[in-house]
Write a protein of this length. Structure first.
Length: 402
């Protein structure tokens, strides 16, 4: 027979349905609610329980019921007479009569009052959030003290859309980091609350600032001039620069050579190469390069990790800049440094269509052997020789630059 604590656990699992029915104003039809429970008189074995043990379980069920405590579950009883148990009342069904009984028994009253209070606020302030409330009310449970502040921010943005300021600059008495901390749920609300012309639907929700009209800190790319004389001729006094893509786009570096690397260490150890610029692509961060217009007119080389992902990043870059060539991403290099490889992520991706035959051969070898060779493991002397081979204009004194 089911014990009171097991019955309580079953009841608590009904909580999402209780709240959802309250939202639809259907609690009156939800209760009374029967709770299916094992009320068998037999034990799980072949022998019947002793009468005293069975009566103790029945009494425990009675002691925790509404009949005894004034709230909670109700037991529907029936008298049963048999040779083993005599004439006694035994539970036939378990019911919860009202919402009040349910909340008192499960001790979920404070949770329920908090969530329904927040729902009432949203309905009053932002009626257009009704469908969000119906499908996503559970997200309100974890907002703690942020809820009312989020309402304040949403109200302000409804009345002052696309504010053209940084989120921390909003003229509101809320924590300055609130928008950053609760960006996801705030974005969901704004999509329902703001007029469509106040949202840039061309921007993903992850690009929160652009989507809703905030200023944002522009992501910087690290670049390094591999030719100090060329760098000076451009009026630049620093060979290493960190700039946003729009500023890099403004550099007067037409008709140059560009080497894009996946890791910072390799950017800083690229050899001296005439009229060449190295860029730290940060792996999948190479998408930032798409905003640099003069790359269309540049000779581009990509050097990444020797793994499936490295070739996929290269393929993505080559799709946008078809003149891009790979360097140090061939089967010879793989087999030369295979002893320094580690286990890949087991990717079974198809060969990107942008790869040539040699690159396809290398990709398939890495995929088949689930291999990853990080580009930092490639010896500098080997790197220098590779650049000499493909860039005949390089000076014979090619060296590692600290």
């Amino acid at each position: 027979m089911i014990a009171p604590d097991e019955l309580l656990a079953k009841a608590k699992r009904l909580y999402p349905s209780v709240v959802s029915d309250w939202i639809r104003d259907e609690c009156k039809s939800f209760f009374p609610k029967r709770i299916p429970a094992n009320l068998e008189l037999k034990s799980s074995g072949t022998e019947r329980k002793k009468q005293s043990e069975l009566l103790r379980e029945v009494q425990e069920l009675r002691n925790h019921s509404k009949q005894t405590r004034g709230y909670g579950y109700s037991v529907h009883w029936e008298e049963i007479a048999n040779r083993s148990h005599g004439l006694n009342e035994f539970p036939k069904q378990i019911w919860i009569d009202t919402l009040e009984d349910y909340l008192g028994w499960t001790r979920l009253k404070s949770d329920f009052e908090r969530i329904t209070s927040r729902i009432r606020v949203l309905r009053e302030e932002f009626p257009t959030l009704e469908s969000w409330v119906a499908s996503s009310w559970n997200k309100l449970q974890d907002l703690d003290d942020d809820f009312q502040d989020l309402v304040t921010v949403t109200r302000y943005l409804r009345d002052h859309p696309r504010p053209d300021c940084f989120p921390r600059e909003l003229p509101l008495a809320v924590p300055t980091k609130l928008v950053e901390r609760q960006q996801k749920i705030l974005g969901e609300w704004l999509d329902f609350v703001l007029a469509s012309e106040s949202i840039d639907f061309g921007c993903d929700r992850k690009d929160f600032a652009a989507r809703y009209g905030f200023k944002s800190f522009r992501k910087h790319l690290l670049l390094r001039f591999l030719d100090s004389d060329w760098c000076a001729s451009l009026g630049l006094h620093f060979e290493e620069l960190s700039l946003p893509p729009s500023s890099i786009d403004a550099l007067n570096v037409n008709d140059c050579r560009v080497i894009i690397v996946e890791n910072k260490t390799n950017l800083l150890t690229l050899p001296t190469i005439p009229r060449t610029l190295g860029i730290f692509g940060e792996g999948k961060g190479v998408s930032q390069l798409l905003r640099i217009g003069w790359l269309d007119r540049s000779e581009i080389y990509y050097w990444g990790d020797l793994d499936v992902e490295g070739f996929e990043i290269y393929a993505h870059l080559k799709f946008r800049f078809p003149q891009t060539k790979s360097i140090l991403m061939d089967l010879t290099t793989i087999q030369r440094f295979e002893n320094l490889g580690t286990v890949g992520n087991g990717s079974e991706r198809e060969v990107p269509v942008e790869l040539n035959s040699a690159e396809t051969e290398a990709f398939r070898y890495l995929r088949k052997n689930n291999l990853r060779i990080e580009q930092e493991h490639i010896l500098q002397s080997y790197v220098n020789e590779a650049f000499r081979a493909i860039l005949p204009s390089m000076d014979d004194s090619v060296r590692r630059v600290p």
